[in-house]
Write a protein that binds this ligand. Structure first.
Ligand SMILES: [Fe+2]
Length: 144
């Protein structure tokens, strides 16, 4: 059975910052891939979950880098990122320890991620665009 995992990011969740949209697509792809890998009675691919959490950390770092490059205050958003990662690590450790069902974790991760984009990244992208429009700069983030 061939399963197409491309184009998982719903259009409503595009934030119009290509670097970040591509990362969001990759995160959805990884979550979907984990859902498929966890169907049935095979072993849970713990290393792929670790890899997802590492990629989320990288993704948050990208957003922070963009904010720093443009001089956008990111303290509150960065605090949310730290809390998010901590909550996801805690939930995943519960899976690893057998206290939480892996599908419960994946449902939680997917729901959280959609909220992350809608509640945190969309307003962030608006700030980025507004900052670029008012500064008129073609700074080092023109590739965004
Ligand atoms: Fe994001």
């Amino acid at each position: 059975m061939e399963i197409n995992l491309t184009g998982l990011l719903p259009e409503a969740l595009l934030i119009d910052l290509p670097e970040i949209d591509i990362q969001h697509e990759e995160i959805f792809r990884r979550i979907e891939s984990l859902k498929l890998a966890c169907i049935g009675s095979g072993p849970i691919p713990f290393e792929d979950f670790d890899s997802l959490l590492a990629y989320l950390k990288y993704h948050f770092g990208s957003e922070e880098r963009i904010a720093n490059e443009l001089g956008i205050d990111f303290l509150d958003h960065a605090a949310v990122h730290r809390d998010n990662l901590q909550a996801l690590r805690k939930a995943f450790n519960e899976v690893r320890g057998g206290a939480r069902d892996v599908h419960s974790f994946l449902r939680y991760a997917e729901y959280w991620f959609e909220r992350h984009i809608a509640d945190e990244d969309k307003p962030f992208a608006t700030k980025v665009r507004s900052h670029k429009a008012t500064s008129g700069s073609a700074s080092s983030v023109t590739a965004l």
